[in-house]
Design a binder for this molecule. Structure first.
Ligand code: NAI
Length: 462
């Protein structure tokens, strides 16, 4: 008899959600985590701490930009960086302790330490070998840096170091205009740092609907962030007081250098699967370092599964959570399923940017006949009242059937607004279904309804 029904390796959003759901479904569950706290990258050095710093610096920006306009005079807060970092740490602690509580409540055993898999059905933590009917690899990902760039997490940092700099730098070069680069770039730009983002491609946020990406870049530029696009970074070197980044412009191959107090490397992440013993076990891997799985998260070894950033698909906490939940159900003999067509993506800048489903570029490429309904937040009374009327909602629907194919929002609370479209898409709704749903006034959500109306006979407030 195996000691556990399931041992999950890694307590990030994929692993801990899988553990809780499996326990709720009656399985005897253990979760191995070597970090001193639960929650993985997301809670400890990713999504959650960055949102704390984004919140603090957003408030600061509001005070400077908008308070006097509302008759709130004389506010001029100064930044106590150590205190801001302590606030961020408190937020982390509250959340990681929360997962610890949920583990206890659901009777999930936390095996503290780093795991290896010496043989199928076995997990070794320290000197102890545990047995399980099923093993789940949910070990997540780590930053992938560039050749010629040595990260020291002081001067040349990844997102981890960027969340704990010793002081607010005067200048920062961000390599990569992806989600991490723009979120952390925003944090520091709002604190007064001169931020320059150097990006290989000719547009920011690869994969995002091009119209939205263009509007996003314009807004960020207005906020003081500089962009060097079409620039391939060749290397970065730390000196006594800062670092130097060298890059080549792709259009003419010309070589350039730029100096800054701090360099943030945000050029993507790679699966974190080293040291588990996968090679000795004979686990099949994909060329880009992910674990190969079938449609049910199973590897080529019986009883060994993998989810989240360690396998293919978008590296998003909520994608990992959904996979964790689906896999728990599969292991409990039910029918777990993830709809990969409806996975939202959110950038937590101000304004937020959110998307779900197909972009206009993807539909063009597929030769799919579509229509576009667009509505600017300039026509939304609530957004105007809070100085957040920049941006728009764009809904893409099938030209003939009106079925919603995708939605892209740049504007206030976009990350929350997107979910009404997600639910609509899960139900196979048409744009008209959204348009005919009564939306409370005055809310930002009305802009979503107006965009849906614009797919038909037209928006009212446009
Ligand atoms: P990313 O893949 O989103 O962006 C990396 C950028 O770096 C790309 O635009 C790429 O073209 C550029 N790049 C690569 N090599 C370069 C070079 N030599 N010179 C100049 N530019 C270069 O990666 P990022 O931002 O590091 O994020 C990693 C993962 O974490 C992503 O999958 C992201 O979705 C996820 N994440 C999600 C968040 C969210 O959902 N809000 C927040 C933070 C991260």
């Amino acid at each position: 008899m195996a000691e556990f029904d399931v041992i999950i390796i890694g307590a990030g959003p994929g692993g801990y959600v899988c553990a809780i759901r499996a326990a709720q479904l009656g399985l005897k569950v253990a979760c191995v985590e070597g970090r001193g706290t639960l929650g993985g990258t997301c809670l400890n050095v990713g999504c959650i701490p960055s949102k704390a710093l984004l919140n603090a610096t957003h408030q600061l920006h509001e005070v400077h930009e908008n308070f006097e306009k509302m008759g709130l005079m004389g506010a001029n807060p100064t930044v106590d960086w150590a205190k801001m970092l302590a606030y961020k740490d408190d937020v982390i602690n509250g959340n990681t302790k929360g997962i610890e509580f949920l583990f206890k409540k659901n009777k999930v055993t936390w095996l503290k330490g780093w795991a290896t898999i010496p043989a199928a059905g076995q997990v070794k933590v320290g000197e102890d070998v545990h047995t399980a009917k099923n093993i789940v690899i949910a070990t997540g990902s780590e930053p992938s840096t560039l050749p010629g760039v040595t990260v020291d997490e002081q001067t040349i940092v990844t997102s981890t170091g960027a969340l704990a700099l010793s002081a607010v730098p005067k200048s920062m070069v961000v390599i990569g205009a992806g989600v991490i680069g723009l979120e952390m770039g925003s944090v520091y730009a709002r604190l007064g740092t001169q931020v320059t983002v150097v990006e290989y491609l000719d547009a920011i946020t690869p994969g995002m609907d091009a119209e939205v990406a263009k509007a996003f870049q314009k807004i960020l530029t207005k906020q003081g962030i500089k962009f060097v696009l079409g620039a391939a970074v060749q290397g970065a070197e730390a000196g006594k007081t800062g670092a130097k980044v060298s890059y080549k412009l792709r259009k003419d191959d010309s070589a350039h250098e730029i100096e800054a107090d701090v360099v943030l490397v945000a050029t993507g992440r790679k699966p974190y699967v080293n040291g588990l013993g996968l090679e000795a076990l004979g686990v099949e891997m994909l060329p880009r370092g992910q674990i190969k799985t079938d449609g049910h998260f199973s590897t080529n070894i019986k009883g060994l599964y993998a989810i989240g950033d360690a396998i293919t698909g978008p590296m998003l906490a909520h994608k990992a959570e959904d996979e964790g939940m689906a896999l728990a159900e599969i292991m409990a003999g039910k029918h777990g399923h993830v709809n990969y067509n409806v996975i939202p993506g959110v950038v937590y800048t101000t304004p937020e940017v959110a998307s779900v489903g197909a972009t206009e570029e993807q539909l063009k490429e597929q030769g799919h006949a579509y229509k576009v309904g667009k509505f600017s937040f300039m026509g939304n009374a609530r957004a105007k009242a809070v100085f957040q009327a920049e941006g728009f909602v764009k809904i893409l629907a099938d030209k003939d059937t009106d079925r919603i194919l995708g939605a892209h929002i740049i504007g206030p609370s976009a990350g929350d607004l997107i979910h009404e479209v997600c639910v609509a898409m899960e139900f196979g709704a048409s744009a008209q279904d959204l348009a005919l749903t009564c939306h409370a006034h005055p809310t930002y959500s009305e802009a979503v309804r107006e965009a849906a109306l614009a797919c038909g006979d037209g928006a009212i407030h446009a």
